[in-house]
Design a protein around this ligand. Structure first.
Ligand SMILES: Cc1cc2nc3c(=O)[nH]c(=O)nc-3n(C[C@H](O)[C@H](O)[C@H](O)COP(=O)(O)O)c2cc1C
Length: 182
């Protein structure tokens, strides 16, 4: 969507308000011409069940946007709660100086496309790139999930208020979410 006007809000409060949104933390990975690349992303969302689509919002100019378009695919690795160091690493600028930004991080190539699958991820979605739609200063990247794998006992790493959290630290209401909708 093309936006011709800038917001009157000038970011007042928006960034701070969005920090109240707890999100699962993922690392997007893609095989590029110069090797594997990754970035931390907290905007992974389910889009459609049939077909199976997800979206992730990437800042325009992010290294991975071109690689995701060129390679035609990517992997979403949802991290486990003990993997915050990996989340920090793939959000840091330090990794740009490395010849191999995956050095010391366990991974294997997906059988389809060779995009990195991180060892021990809570959940892995292998995606075909369906489209990248500009929205403001981000690109909404749509992936068609061609394969996924879940570690049923794995607990996801969360981001909330600018910090990493374990789901077990959050107060819970035991009612199933599906019952709340009825
Ligand atoms: C918890 C967390 C979530 C993030 N989510 C996103 C996101 O959804 N989209 C995005 O563009 N950047 C996101 N970032 C920032 C990127 O990880 C960071 O800017 C990274 O360096 C981008 O990689 P690149 O410079 O290779 O494009 C997030 C960072 C953190 C710590």
């Amino acid at each position: 969507m093309k936006h011709t006007e800038t917001s009157g809000m000038k970011d007042q409060g928006f960034r701070a308000a969005m920090r109240h949104l707890p999100t699962a933390v993922a690392v997007l990975t893609v095989r590029t011409g110069t090797g594997p690349a990754g970035m931390t992303a907290g905007t992974v969302t389910s889009v459609s069940m049939d077909p199976e689509l997800l979206s992730v919002s990437l800042r325009q100019g992010s290294r991975l946007t071109d690689a995701i378009a060129d390679s035609g695919g990517f992997v979403v690795n949802l991290l486990q709660e003990h993997q915050s160091a990996i989340a920090r690493w793939f959000a840091s600028a330090e990794r740009f100086g490395m010849t191999d930004e995956f050095h010391g991080i366990g991974w294997h190539p997906a059988s389809n496309g060779g995009h990195p699958i991180l060892a021990d991820a809570a959940c892995v979605f292998e995606c075909r790139t369906e489209g990248q739609v500009p929205n403001g200063d981000h690109l909404l990247t749509i992936g068609w999930v061609t394969a996924c794998r879940v570690s049923p006992s794995a607990r996801p790493l969360l981001s909330y208020q600018g910090r990493y959290h374990k789901i077990s630290n959050l107060a819970g209401d035991d009612a199933p979410a599906s019952r709340l909708r009825a």
